[in-house]
Design a protein around this ligand. Structure first.
Ligand code: SAH
Length: 265
């Protein structure tokens, strides 16, 4: 099998259908997205929705039945989809009513060949467009004024899983969720800042101890902040021991019973 670098076409192509192509100009030049594009593992193509309309003004119209807000018309969107669609395409519509984007879905999308992203605007898109859509994605339970910020979120998260996009490819492997846990606390220089010291073990040079400390902290954080993550996978005996130790240390340090974080804002 040819490796990615030998292939002519990018590993992942993303077509973004939007009323505001210029919205994406700067983010495409930053971080993992830029690196993946430069290495040829990612290609991003912007489709200006207006250029698929009969005239530039005919992208939206009043809602049947009345009410506030405009609705994106179906013809330009479907024409835009059809202009790039292949048997490998996955068509995604951004919508607050969609499946909530998460770590598993991001990795799934990074393994695809072609994504077509549709950014809604105004009151949303004509319901009939959904016939051409494979997946609806929401980036959280709140309403944005357009799908563009959601497309940028997806693009950034997906690019991190493409070859050659991260400066240090192991970085993503220790990030939150990939290990099933939240990431451990991070420290850099100086060793003391306004009386706050970096934990001694991190400066010890003892890699086995450092690994153990990080695992322990990751377990504790996850229990305190996101206990739901621990419910899906049973902890090894070693992890259970580490967590017990971490809890005891936490109690000693704070003089209180550690309690999972309260729900709500
Ligand atoms: N009337 C719609 C909201 C439209 S908001 C409703 O109540 O369901 C306009 C556009 O912004 C949507 O078409 C969608 O593309 C995008 N959008 C809004 N909130 C979003 C979210 N949480 N996740 C992803 N896209 C969102």
């Amino acid at each position: 099998m040819a490796s990615d670098s030998q292939e002519r076409r990018p590993r992942l192509r993303i077509d973004i259908i939007t009323l505001f192509p210029e919205y994406f100009a700067f983010p495409l030049k930053v971080g993992p997205v830029r690196r993946a594009i430069e290495h040829g593992t990612l290609e991003v193509n912007l489709l200006d929705l207006r250029s698929f309309a009969d005239s530039p003004k005919e992208v939206d119209d009043y809602p049947y039945g009345g009410g506030a807000g405009m609705v994106l018309k179906p013809e330009p969107i479907v024409r835009a989809i059809e202009s790039v669609h292949t048997p490998e395409s996955l068509v995604i519509l951004f919508s607050p009513q969609g499946e909530r984007l998460n770590h598993e879905r991001v990795k799934d999308l990074a393994g695809r060949r072609h994504l077509i992203l549709i950014c809604g605007r105004y009151k949303g898109v004509d319901e009939r467009v959904r016939r051409w859509v494979d997946l609806e994605i929401s980036i959280g339970d709140y309403v944005l004024s357009g799908g563009e910020p959601a497309a940028l979120v997806l693009l950034d998260a997906v690019a991190r899983w493409l070859p050659d996009s991260l400066g240090d490819k192991d970085s993503a492997l220790t990030d939150s969720f990939e290990t099933g846990l939240l990431d451990a606390p991070l420290y850099t220089r100086p060793p003391e800042f306004r009386g706050l010291k970096v934990p001694e073990v991190l400066r010890s040079g003892n890699h086995a101890e450092i690994r153990r400390w990080r695992r322990k902290q990751a377990l504790l954080r996850t229990l305190l902040r996101r206990p739901d993550l621990l419910e899906t996978q049973p902890l090894s005996e070693e992890d259970q021991r580490l967590l017990q130790e971490a809890l005891e240390e936490f109690q000693q340090a704070s003089g209180e019973e550690p309690r999972p974080k309260e729900e709500g804002p």
